[in-house]
Design a protein around this ligand. Sequence first.
Ligand code: HEM
Length: 129
Amino acid sequence: QTATSFYEAVGGAETFQRLVATFYREVAADEVLRPLYPEEDLGPAERRLRMFLEQYWGGPRTYSDERGHPRLRMRHMPFTIGPIERDAWLRCMRIAVAEIEPETLDDEHRKALLDYLEMAANSLVNAPF
Ligand code: HEM
């Protein structure tokens, strides 16, 4: 018996590629978030987030091969993340998740993904306002 990972169950690389591309489309247009991203080109940041999420959900481990241990809280310390930034990040993510159709992401997987993203965003808040 083979256990199917969440990554495979929701369509693998293509789904994560679309999710993160939509997320960064929203970031690029977001006046709270866009100024936080240090690089002019959002492409490299998009790739890092995609690799991280693929690895977290049981896909390829390219993120850690390239970046080592995620240590996300530490890596976010250079950025001021208060409730406003967290909410902006989650708003962009919820739009991205909503654009994945139900045939690809059923209710159960959708809920697991959204719950995780909310928990993770809360865990990275490092400023009171
Ligand atoms: C990197 C902002 C939440 C995963 C970054 C960067 C910024 C940022 C500005 C630098 C861009 C880059 O060069 O990669 C935020 C804000 C958040 C947030 C404002 C709001 C709470 C999250 C969450 C996750 C995440 C919830 C994971 C589920 C990552 C990853 C990187 C990153 C994997 C690249 C780390 C590296 O390898 O250098 N984030 N982030 N972020 N973020 Fe976030």
